[in-house]
Design a binder for this molecule. Structure first.
Ligand SMILES: Nc1ncnc2c1ncn2[C@@H]1O[C@H](COP(=O)(O)OP(=O)(O)OP(=O)(O)O)[C@@H](O)[C@H]1O
Length: 877
């Protein structure tokens, strides 16, 4: 094919300069895509493709009008494309084009989503030092760095922020396990940014340039963390987002201050979305009463990053308590907050130059919220005595007032959305502009009175003065009077009932008006740019005020929910005791007549084996405990009559892993790797929730693993644990392990009907009612009846015959419940089961011998798991 020339050639040569998948190139009033890009865009977004010829070849072409680029960019980025944008600019001899930015998921400024949009970098310190992470939100200028001890920790930190784009460092990009976990557990796009930007020296230089040498050095984080920070800054710069100036502050986020909450646990507790992936019905949706999107972001962040510091939590509690007990003041505060816009996002728009005059009115109005908020707090004695008073005092109120006044004096009340046409500023803002406006008004006044003057001076009737696109300004005279116009009138048009004239003077005035309008547009544009720079220079102040409003909003939201749902302030302490009186599940209580339940865990009783029929409420009970502890460590009140909560350093859960099946990992494998993670990571200060661990494999394997895991958690880890199980065998553990206690969820059975009481009682349950649930679920009657029969026999005889075909006699295969083995037909004619071992193949025999030699009490669970896998493999052969 011949080389494309002209516009298409220019497109392809620009395309070579970028590693973005798509290029949108400005051609006059359109952004065009050519070649394969045109086809991709048309497939994705239903754009029409036309043809463009160049040098004898024809190329597909698709375009979008200039003003419509944003939604198309957004849609393409959301579909996973990185899109380069080339703009056209005037030169002395025509025009030229260059790539001005590359839009990626993490650098998309045009977001309409209220959620934070994090871009993250992960750097493996390759043994010398821990993993380093940096996360930044270009839409708000937020910039955080943190360290992680190992890959697992790094993932946990990453999940906390749920980034939309991740830049793996040079080592990290060869770590397939880590990358595949990031892919599996987040929706983040992985971008391989140039490795040099991660180089420690260069990265440190970049970070110091941005945040100041002292600030960066004082962070006391490792090289890999600085490397991650530098790479992010470099990437933001390179993609041309132009928001570096809004990144005013680098904050070190210390995992130690936070409760460990891995991705599995966030999902299991349905913090921000339900297991089905809906946000409706999540804990966040349930408790969110914020007025602003920034407040919503803050509340969500609190839920995803609960704290461990007693003092931080008690301060939040004090504010929530004060707000909860002052409903009128709270209403007033929420009213005031409802007027606030997203200041952090506005600051970011100002720094990257896309803010318009209306955005500045939003800044003005939001700055005005701060003193009103302060006043509402000051006028309520309870609120004034709470930490809220200090929170609203944090931003520089005088500077905020000055900026607010400056904007109030500058921007016109209803400014246009363009910044080039004038009309943005108020009279009195700038002398030169005032001069132009006055002169403009004078000429307009002259024009408006011209018709009357002409009537009087020349004795004309039916005269009007007007303007249109083709004729400009004109004097229109009715037909009857048109012949009497003075000589200096120059006719420009004849209409049916009138004629249009112009005069030298009118033409001069018209030129003057156009000149004035152009001058005014130019001057206002310059003034606006100055103002925009001034606002951008206040980015940090805007972020401070924004943060304060968001914090008050989130606290008021917690207070509202507490007050409306009879939640109580938990008593927090650093000890082991966890006692909840009449606790409820924060989400389930919204839709159900909830039966409250108690829980008590302490030094003597740290591990509860929870039994109860299917559907009785075991999962709900355990999640309720986890949610209450989590809410307490957010600083929230909790759904209970009374609660005393010893702070935990982590919440770990292991519940059914249905969704993993879709990702091609066996349920049991997932179950075991989650269990393994918990056994490795939990400490004696953690809360562990295990729901039916071991269920995914053969019964006796399952029981063994559950048994061993219980012992390990009890003896070694000593975490506070709730373990729901259907294996009644496990209830026996309470007799041997001092801190294990049994509780069960009661059900009532009368005349074959089961009533779920949903009440938790001490002691183990005696029945499981599984068959009753099978019946409820519509399992065919013969199967349900036969199950009852089998169950009856099992209870009586501890052994059961297997049934053969419909017509045949029962086959004499007996399942011995105590040994967990079938005694097959060969063994039933008088032979002992031992003789049957003749027929056992050597592999099975080896496994059995191995099994016999293992002491479940002393073997670490991880080894047990490995053993089980080894046996399965051996038997499989
Ligand atoms: N305390 C309660 N008050 C009212 N309803 C409850 C309560 N606890 C649970 N429920 C309701 O009972 C149903 C079953 O609860 P859950 O799933 O917790 O049972 P489960 O014992 O874990 O069941 P399975 O063993 O079959 O997994 C749910 O619909 C839940 O909303």
């Amino acid at each position: 094919m011949t080389e494309a020339t002209g516009i298409v050639g220019e497109f392809f040569s620009l395309k070579e300069q970028t590693d973005a998948e798509l290029l949108a190139m400005q051609c006059g009033d359109f952004y065009e895509f050519f070649g394969e890009d045109a086809e991709t865009v048309s497939d994705e977004l239903d754009l029409k493709v036309s043809k463009k010829s160049s040098h004898g070849s024809s190329y597909p072409m698709a375009g979008v009008p200039l003003a419509d680029l944003t939604p198309y960019l957004k849609a393409l980025v959301e579909r996973g494309y990185r899109v380069a944008v080339a703009d056209q600019y005037e030169t002395d001899d025509g025009h030229a084009r260059e790539i001005v930015r590359v839009v990626t998921p993490g650098t998309l400024l045009e977001t309409t989503d209220a959620d934070a949009q994090y871009l993250a970098a992960v750097v493996d310190g390759s043994g010398s030092d821990a993993y380093g992470l940096a996360v930044a939100d270009v839409t708000t200028g937020r910039f955080l760095v943190t360290e992680a001890d190992d890959a697992d920790d790094a993932l946990t930190e990453l999940y906390r922020f749920d980034p939309v784009e991740v830049l793996p460092g040079p080592e990290t990009r060869t770590d397939d396990d880590l990358l595949s976990l990031i892919r599996e557990r987040t929706d983040a796009a992985l971008t391989l940014h140039e490795t040099e930007s991660f180089a420690p020296k260069r990265a440190a230089h970049t970070a110091r340039e941005q945040f100041g040498r002292e600030t960066v050095d004082r962070l006391s984080v490792g090289e890999s963390t600085i490397s991650a920070a530098g790479a992010i800054l470099d990437y933001v710069e390179e993609t041309g987002t132009g928001v570096l100036a809004s990144m005013t502050r680098i904050q070190a986020h210390h995992g130690d201050d936070h409760v460990t909450l891995d991705a599995t646990t966030q999902r299991n507790l349905e913090l921000t979305e339900t297991m089905q992936g809906d946000s409706d019905g999540s804990l966040f949706e349930t408790i969110d009463h914020t007025e602003t999107s920034a407040g919503g972001r803050r509340l969500k962040e609190w839920l995803q990053r609960p704290r461990r510091s007693l003092s931080v939590l008690e301060r939040r509690q004090e504010s929530v308590a004060a707000l909860a007990s002052a409903p009128l003041a709270r209403d007033q505060i929420q009213d005031v907050l409802s007027e606030a816009y997203d200041l952090a996002r506005l600051a970011s728009k100002a720094t990257h130059g896309s803010a318009d005059a209306r955005d500045f009115l939003s800044v003005r109005d939001t700055l005005a919220v701060l003193p009103e908020l302060a006043e509402a707090i000051a006028s309520s004695p309870d609120l004034a005595a709470s930490p809220l008073a200090e929170i609203v005092d944090r931003p520089d109120r005088d500077a905020a007032r000055e900026l607010q006044d400056a904007l109030a004096a500058a921007i016109a009340e209803e400014p246009p959305s363009t910044v080039t046409q004038g009309g943005l500023f108020q009279y009195g803002y700038d002398e030169e502009l005032d001069g132009l406006i006055e002169r403009h008004d004078e000429v307009i006044e002259w024009l408006e009175t011209l018709a009357d003057r002409e009537k009087q001076t020349h004795g004309l009737a039916h005269v009007t003065v007007d303007r249109n696109k083709t004729d400009g300004y004109y004097i229109q005279v009715g037909k009857s009077a048109a012949d009497g116009v003075p000589d200096h009138y120059e006719q420009i048009k004849t209409l049916k009932n009138s004629k249009r004239f112009t005069t030298d003077e009118l033409e001069e005035k018209e030129r003057e008006i156009l000149r004035l309008e152009e001058q005014r547009g130019d001057l206002e544009y310059d003034l606006f740019e100055d103002l925009r720079e001034d606002v951008a220079a206040h980015a940090e102040l805007l972020q401070d005020v924004g943060r304060t409003l968001a914090t008050v909003d989130a606290l008021a939201s917690l207070a509202t929910h507490a007050a409306e749902n009879r939640w109580v302030q938990p008593d927090l302490h650093g000890g082991d005791r966890l006692e909840i009186e009449q606790g409820r599940h924060p989400v389930v209580e919204q839709t159900t007549e909830f039966v409250p339940n108690d829980v008590r865990l302490d030094e003597e009783r740290g591990f509860l084996v929870v039994t109860g029929p299917n559907m009785s409420g075991k999962s709900t009970y355990m999640r309720q405990v986890a949610c209450i502890v989590l809410l307490a460590q957010v600083g929230s009140f909790v759904p209970a009559k009374d609660a005393e909560i010893g702070l935990v350093d982590g919440i770990f859960t292991r519940v059914g892993a249905l969704d993993e099946l879709a990702q091609g990992r066996s349920t049991f494998m997932v179950e075991m790797s989650e269990l393994s993670n918990i056994l490795h990571t939990a400490t004696d200060e953690s809360l562990v929730i295990l729901d039916e661990v071991g269920r995914g494999t053969a019964t006796y394997d399952g029981i063994s693993i559950a048994w061993a895991a219980t012992e390990y958690l009890h003896n070694e880890v000593q975490a506070k644990t709730l373990f729901a199980t259907h294996y009644h065998e496990l209830t026996g553990l309470a007799e041997n392990l001092p801190r294990v206690a049994n509780v069960h969820i009661a059900a009532d059975e009368r005349d074959g009907d089961v009533t779920f009481l949903r009440t938790v009682r001490d002691g183990p349950t005696d029945r499981s009612y599984g068959i009753h649930v099978a019946d409820l679920a519509g399992v065919p009657d013969p199967v349900v009846d036969r199950s009852r029969d089998v169950l009856e026999r099992l209870r009586e005889e501890k052994a059961i015959e297997a049934k053969g075909g419909a017509s045949s006699e029962p086959v004499q295969a007996v399942f011995d419940v105590s040994s967990g083995q079938f005694r097959g037909p060969a063994n039933t004619d008088g032979g002992e089961s031992g003789e049957g071992s003749e027929s056992i193949d050597p592999e099975t025999k080896a496994v059995l011998e191995d099994l016999e030699g293992i002491d479940v009490n002393t073997t670490p669970p991880v080894e047990l798991i490995a053993k089980v896998q080894e046996w399965q493999a051996q038997l499989g052969e």
